[in-house]
Design a protein around this ligand. Sequence first.
Ligand code: ZN
Length: 548
Amino acid sequence: MTDLIFTGGPIHTMDRLNPTAEAIAVSNGRITAAGTAGDVLALAEPHTTIVRLEGKALLPGFVEAHGHPTLGMAFRGKGVIDVRAPICPTSGQVMATITAAIAEALPGEALTVVGWEELLRPDLPEPTREFLDLLAPANPLAVLHNSAHSAWGNSLAMKAAGLGNDTPDPKGSRFVRDGSGNLTGRAEELPATLIMAGSPLRATHESAPGLLAAEYAAYSAAGVTTVGELAFDPKDRGLLRAVSGKQRSIRIRAYRMSNRPAVPAEEGSDDGFFREVGVKLWADGSPWVGSFAASFPYLDTETTQKLGFAGTKGCCKYTQNQVYELCLSALAKGEQIAIHAQGDAAIDMVLDAIEAALKQQPTENHRTRLEHCCLMTAHQFERAAGLGVTCSLFLSHVRYWGDVMLADLFGSRAENWTAARSALDAGVRISLHNDVPVTPSEPLRNIHAAVTRRTVGSGRVVGPRQRITVEEALRAVTIDAAWQLQSEDEIGSLEVGKQADFVVLDADPLGIPAEAIQDIQVVATYVHGVQTHGAGRWTVSADSAPVL
Ligand SMILES: [Zn+2]
């Protein structure tokens, strides 16, 4: 019973033993053969759909090792004003979009701006409570920074969120207060920022399934078939499981936020589309809001002065002992742990904590993850390799913020930003991610960023010594990302027995100049042998005629 055969184009399996195949056969959603065209086509039966690639490339479906599908879902909700840089490239467009949305809103309707970011649009003011009160006198209006590591609210938004001067700060985050203890309207770090961001980011029971399905469709269009949810709240378990199981288009591997209580899942509920695999902690903040923990200060420039962090170094949000306790508890329970750590000072602290926890609770194959790793040094990558720690890298930083990092924030230190070459040379297994919705889901542009380190702004190359090869970058969005998500036995490479999760590309990333990889188009995406994205001739079904 062969349902599908792909042949006629380059097929990169990402299986080291058999890196290429002439054809792939699929039956019941799984790969049943990978080999020569003659051998595989011999398996064709009258009902088999034969997809002729005609030079297009077939690879394993991309794995976004670190994203936030539920936050991306929330960005699609009613009352959300999306001003992310790809949508509103100038400050004028940002303010026009916000004022138009306020003008259209009913009095009292809660509104939340997402994607606020001053580094790429330097004319934007700080959205203080007073500024927002003037802008929206009749509506709760909150602003969530693009990093989600800071937020602001007007007076009505704070009231709507139930915030008062006696509101306690959530662990690892805070509501900023003035000298008299009064809330200023600014929140720093999650989860305080998400509380300040208010109700528009909390999709309703009725709207959530449709919004999440739309978010999944955007991943499918980018060729993604599996996503790590790195801010999982157990209250969303029912929603994620239902939509993932019904759509069968995106596999979710979820990491529970460490400040949310663990709620045991019922037995036998794993259908391969939704699975809880670990716990997540934010050790420091974001380099774009001055809150990541570095060993050296930001440059003193007009930009850093305006943003209020000239000459500062940021600080960790947790103590070493807190991280140690969390690691120890996760190791004891057999839970994987993923720790957001961007600055080199945070990374030192986290590595110390992991080392101590592993000494107390020696664990094989724990795959403890560090997230983003912007300022991680070669020495720190060597330490990580020695401890069995794996890293998920945010190369899009270089693509989108590379120019501003060099000129306004860190000078030449930015040359080693997200040092993928150092990581691989140290023997660390890496993934690349977009941290969707911080940047759009675009694995091919991520590969381009890792391979060229070219910025979209000026087009200059940031730290050419940290470039990696196309083959290495592909591994980091397929098999090695699957390994990080503890799913390498099911997905990430094209091997007999694995899931038939594929992406079809209009050009072969291993067969064209590296600079052209960012322009490759996703032609079709398949999950469990079923097409989840693609139009025209690529829309096939089990009973369609063979595509010639
Ligand atoms: Zn994230």
